[in-house]
Ligand binder design. Structure first.
Ligand code: ADP
Length: 213
């Protein structure tokens, strides 16, 4: 079992935008499993009084912080879109804090395994080594585009631009230990989650026994 995070068996949940990660995360939570969402943590870190705010202000200046004390997301999005160095600097601030918070939440979890929901898990060398299994939510690109156009009120070109900045469907599938196909109705996803949940309980129990031995 991966040793760095906690005694918990750890599943990394990922998938392209609109594949259904949040939907799947909710279904695992409904099974009573702790899901640790790195996007939500990044949001908290950059909210007013967030732990990353002081470092972001120091690194990028006052214009990086909005009037309410949160990171100015629009300002930062525009900056990192055009400036790779700035993007890396922001990541150097956020990634260690995200990891710390993940470790903290995982250590507090009392479920047999935990799920780390990490949108760019396949893209991140670090995360791949930190989980015991990688679970990819998969659907056709066309389905992703349709869902995100509807959910975020974007046009096709805007969704495709986001998708181009992510790993390809093939790259994600190549990294997967487990795959949930989210192409049809929600019931099909529920059944797949139920099956995987039972497998993960078995795997976690075996791993925990081994580490106790
Ligand atoms: P992600 O977290 O990967 O971006 P979401 O779980 O938010 O994806 O799903 C994207 C959108 O598609 C959401 O609005 C969600 O409600 C919808 N959706 C996801 N799976 C299905 C499905 N099987 N049937 C219908 N709508 C779905």
């Amino acid at each position: 079992m991966a040793e760095h995070l906690s005694a918990h068996y750890a599943i990394g949940l990922t998938g392209g935008i609109g594949s259904g990660k949040s939907t799947v995360a909710d279904l695992f939570e409904a099974q009573g499993i702790v899901v640790i969402d790195t996007d939500a943590i990044a949001h908290q870190l950059t909210a007013p009084d967030g732990l990353a705010i002081a470092a972001i202000g120091q690194q990028f200046g006052a214009s990086a912080i909005a009037a309410n004390g949160a990171m100015d997301r629009q300002w930062m999005r525009e900056l990192v879109f055009s400036d790779g160095t700035a993007k890396r600097k922001l990541e150097q601030i956020l990634h260690p804090l995200i990891r710390q918070q993940c470790e903290h939440l995982a250590a507090m979890a009392t479920t047999p395994y935990v799920i780390f929901a990490v949108p760019l898990l396949v893209e991140s060398g670090n995360w791949r080594g930190r989980v015991d299994r990688i679970l990819v939510v998969d659907c056709k690109e066309e389905t992703q585009i349709n869902r995100v156009m509807k959910r975020n009120n974007l046009n096709q070109e805007q969704v495709q631009a986001i998708m181009r900045a992510q790993a390809s469907r093939e790259q994600r599938l190549a990294a997967a230990d487990d795959i949930i196909v989210n192409e049809t109705d929600l019931n099909s996803v529920k059944m797949q989650v139920q099956t995987l949940h039972l497998q993960y309980l078995t795997l976690a129990s075996a791993a925990n026994n081994k580490s106790d031995a």
